[in-house]
Each structure stands twice: as C-alpha cells, then as structure tokens.
Ligand binder design. Structure first.
Ligand SMILES: [Zn+2]
Length: 252
C-alpha cells in the first residue's frame, strides 16, 4: 500500500449529478428514509473510474496489484451498511452522503473489495461514528489506513514479501488484518494469487540484487540498477515492498 495522490479537480459527473443526488439523499434522510437508491453508473461512470485508475497508476489502492477491467469502485467509508468488526452488528444506512464524494472513492481489485474490505470501517471509538450527514466526520478516528490522508509506508513495513505493522501500529494491524494482506492471512481459495505474485516479484528483486553484486560488466550493473530504480516508482506494482527491499540493502 502506498499513499495515493488524487487530482484536486473533482470529475464533472460527481461535481454535478453527484452533488445533486447527494442533496436528495440528505433530504430523504431528514424525511425519515433510511434506504437509498445509489447509482453505480454515477460513482462508477467511465470518466470517474478512468480518473481514479490514472491517479492510482492502474493499481488497487490496498494490495498494489494492477487492476483490470474487472476492478471495483471502493467506498472507503462504506455506502450501504457499516461494520465495526466481524462479530459486530451491521449498521444501516452506511455513509450515504459520501457515495459520490471524490475523496471517498478509490479503485480496488475485486478480491480486496468484495472478499475482505466489504463494509468494514472500524473506529477507535465506535460511539463517535457519524451516522448521518449532520454528524462531524472529524470526530471519527478510523482504524484503517486512509489511502490519501495517511502515508501507508509510515505504518506498514516489509520483511521481504511480508508486510508488518511498524511500531505495532494499530491502524496497520487493522488494515493488514481486514484486507488480509499478510500472506499467511489470505485463505488459498480466496487468494487471487496475491501471495504467488508477490513471491515472483521478490524473486525478481533478489535476482537483480545478485546481478548487482556479481557485476559481470559495468553495462549489466547499470541496467540492473536502473531497473531496480524504476521498480521503486509509484507507477509499478508492489512499489512499497520494492522500496523497503532496496532500502534494506542500501540500493538507491
Ligand atoms: Zn487489491
């Protein structure tokens, strides 16, 4: 997981139809309604999704794999219902007033969204949860790392291809646990090959590291160093893991 930097300009669909629909939801809520008709074609409109994919370099906001055409739109604060933990009651409605909120939307792989994140949004103090658009979100202290507001790499460290909570961070522990990002966590049938893909990536990094040390020619060393540098950029898969790997070995 890396920090996502989203464009400041809200996609037009959200700024127009999204704002109108949100106002309707708020009015409906104040009239006593508790179920809302969310429009997937609005928060998942091609222009909205394209903007997210571009800002996230085509990667899932949680596991950093490339997302394909089957990617989901993730509502960080869940839209229909919300759950503090697996054995807790499911609260409805969810954060209906943030369904078309640009800051609440991310592109995410189907496994992370539908199998793990689902409607979980734990808070340090669940009594402070905002239950309507009248409540103050700033009073919430989320236990999940926010893809844009938090720097994920300050919370999650890496031992080769296994992420761990830095300083036993509570947010990192919850994020790793709910998203099941540690390789021993994801059940094989639900794995969606995250473990295998990360292991392949680690092997590639180790091979490049070996080439650097053997350095048969200056040209080969340059190419290996150049490739390792490029693999650390935000555009690449598993950038956080790659940066931690290189930092641990003193590779720039
Ligand atoms: Zn994912």
């Amino acid at each position: 997981m890396i920090r996502v930097v989203k464009r400041a300009s809200v996609p037009e669909k959200l700024a127009t139809a999204g704002v109108d629909a949100t106002q309707r939801f708020c009015q409906e809520h104040d009239s006593g309604k508790r179920e809302f008709a969310f429009d997937k074609n609005l928060y998942g409109h091609k222009t909205v999704k394209d903007a997210m994919v571009e800002d996230q370099f085509g990667k899932c906001c949680f596991c950093e794999r490339k997302v394909g055409s089957d990617s989901d739109v993730e509502h960080f604060r869940p839209k229909s219902s919300v759950c503090q933990e697996s054995h807790a009651d499911r609260l409805t409605p969810g954060y209906y007033w943030l369904v078309y909120d640009w800051d609440n939307l991310f592109v995410c792989c189907r496994q992370c969204n539908q199998w793990f994140k689902r409607d979980f949004f734990p808070l340090r103090d669940a009594t402070q949860r905002a239950r309507s658009h009248h409540d103050n979100l700033a009073l919430e202290s989320p236990l999940l790392i926010h893809p844009t507001q938090d720097d994920a790499e300050a919370f999650i460290g890496w031992r080769d291809d296994v992420p761990y909570p830095i300083n036993n961070s509570e947010q990192a522990r919850h994020t790793l646990e709910i998203l099941q990002l540690r390789k021993e966590d994801r059940p094989p049938q639900h794995h969606g090959d995250l473990q295998a893909t990360r292991r392949d990536h680690l092997q590639l990094l180790q091979s490049l590291c070996d080439i650097l040390q053997l350095a048969p020619t200056v040209e080969v060393e340059f190419q290996a160093r150049d490739l390792l540098a490029r693999m650390q950029s935000n555009q690449e898969v598993f950038a956080a893991m790659t940066r931690a790997f290189c930092a641990a070995r003193g590779i720039a």
